[in-house]
Design a protein around this ligand. Structure first.
Ligand code: SF4
Length: 63
């Protein structure tokens, strides 16, 4: 699984960081999230799916 962030939509609310802190991190400006892994490990995939559902901006996509 891969996850990408649409930075044009992301507003740094950080629900995703709370859901999956090993996968997402707020950037230095705290306005946009960064994805820390190229491939989401199996152990974090449920948390990432949850993060996708909880992102209020619809900024996360998994494939
Ligand atoms: S929950 Fe959505 S809007 Fe908030 S930081 Fe994560 S990707 Fe950005």
């Amino acid at each position: 699984m891969r996850v990408t962030v649409d930075l044009a939509r992301c507003t740094g609310i950080a629900n995703c960081v709370v859901q999956a802190p090993r996968v997402f991190e707020l950037g230095d400006d705290d306005d946009h999230v960064r994805v820390l892994v190229a491939e989401v490990p199996e152990a974090d995939q449920a948390a990432v799916q949850s993060a996708v559902r909880m992102c209020p901006q619809g900024a996360l996509t998994v494939e």
